[in-house]
Design a protein around this ligand. Structure first.
Ligand code: PMP
Ligand code: GLN
Length: 384
């Protein structure tokens, strides 16, 4: 097929989860929680099914979810949106990203700036769109971009700058200077900003600052999020796009031929989640922060050098002391489930071929697991 080039099948997440299942390893690889969504949200899904919300939803999403998303953006960020024109429901953030990228870029002359290491879907969708990826490096341990390197990457050929803040896989939260520079460059070179904020409620020293709230940003920004992380429901695949009506319409034009509409009862359930009181949202960040600390302490105890995560499910650690001669993080992570009983993800999976060697000793561990599971993984890692 055209343009799939370097895109691996299966993805690294599927590969490492399969290895974890086959070996019985503790899975700190793929980022999914091992606990259920909150009771109110589960109940809302059951109620929607029982009440007959089981046929096609409207293409943009069920109205109650569209208004819950708009109300959420106003409650947390002061962003005002017309729920009928500036909000679109998608099959997870994944479909939002695919539809946005396919809508906004089309040829090798269209450049898409991403921060490397990057979530795998960005490079895959840019390849499927036939556009050109321009990576800006983030370096261990603080993973903030160098502003000069960023400025050199953005040119008049840049159509999109894809921002992921808080950032998977590194756990970084971009500094105010970085966010401001992204907006300045986008304005100067007339580029769109696509911002993936699926970890918006998992910031440890909050509050989260959406890039769309910066002066000059809103009119050129497509914001993407999802209920997966916020409601511990990664299998429900309810995501959304918000932004100017003409951009949302462009994304809808693609989205309607990717999935047409998305699972109706789960839209009702995520709407109920978005209306939970503030303390639900502060609570999930505080819980995950304690798990991050437990994981980081365990990794340090096992001799890893740890990058302190400011948000997300993830913590990155340098595994140099555990690598055999000639082994990189990908080899290490393929062997780890059978050897030590823990699954993790190599950072090389989030880098382009030209830059993979810069991440050769770095490994991503997920903290979104029960405390006893993290403790068991830490004990196993300290033994090997
Ligand atoms: N973006 C990032 C940065 C992610 O980490 C993930 C998934 N975990 C997604 C997008 C996809 O989200 P969803 O499951 O809602 O499709
Ligand atoms: N986003 C999750 C992670 O980074 C996994 C999603 C997936 O399996 N594609 O681990």
């Amino acid at each position: 097929p055209p343009g799939v080039g370097e895109v691996p099948v299966p993805t690294v997440f599927a590969e490492m989860t399969a290895l974890a299942i086959a070996t019985g390893a503790v899975n700190l690889g793929q980022g999914f929680p091992d606990e259920d969504p909150p009771a109110e949200v589960l109940a809302a899904a059951h109620e929607a099914i029982s009440a007959g919300a089981n046929q096609y939803a409207p293409g943009r999403g069920v109205p109650t979810l569209l208004s819950a998303i708009a109300d959420h953006q106003r409650r947390f960020y002061g962003i005002g949106l017309d729920p009928e024109r500036e909000v679109l429901v998608t099959a997870g953030a994944t479909e939002a990203l695919a539809a946005t990228i396919l809508a906004l870029v089309a040829s090798p002359d269209d450049e898409v700036v991403v921060f490397e290491p990057y979530y795998d879907a960005y490079a895959a969708c840019v390849a499927l769109a036939g556009a050109t990826l321009v990576p800006v490096p983030l370096r261990f341990p603080d993973f903030q971009p160098d502003l000069d390197e960023l400025a050199r990457a953005v040119t008049d050929r840049t159509r999109l700058i894809i921002v992921n803040d808080p950032h998977n896989p590194t756990g970084a939260v971009f500094s105010p200077e970085v966010r401001a520079e992204i907006v300045r460059l986008a304005e100067r070179h007339d580029a769109w900003i696509v911002t993936d904020e699926v970890y918006e409620h998992l910031v440890f020293d909050g509050p989260h600052v959406p890039i769309a709230t910066l002066p000059g940003a809103a009119e050129r920004t497509v914001s993407i999020s999802s209920g997966g992380k916020t409601f511990q429901a990664t299998g429900w695949k309810v995501g959304w796009v918000t932004g100017p009506a003409d951009l949302v319409d462009a994304v809808l034009a693609v989205k309607q031929f990717l999935t047409y509409t998305n699972a109706t009862p789960f839209q009702h359930a995520v709407a109920a989640g978005l209306r939970l009181p503030d303390d639900y949202f502060t609570g999930i960040a505080a819980t995950l922060r304690a798990k991050r600390d437990l994981l980081a302490d365990g990794l340090r105890h096992a001799g890893y050098t740890v990058s302190p995560a400011a948000g997300t499910y993830f913590t990155v650690a340098d595994a140099s002391h555990r690598l055999s001669p000639g082994q990189d993080a990908a080899d290490f992570c393929r062997a780890l489930p059978a050897r030590v009983g823990v699954a993790a993800i190599p950072l090389t999976a989030f880098a382009s071929a030209a830059h993979r060697s810069e991440y050769a000793s770095l490994v991503r561990f997920a903290a979104c697991k029960r405390v006893e599971v993290i403790a068991e993984a830490a004990a196993r890692l300290s033994r090997g």
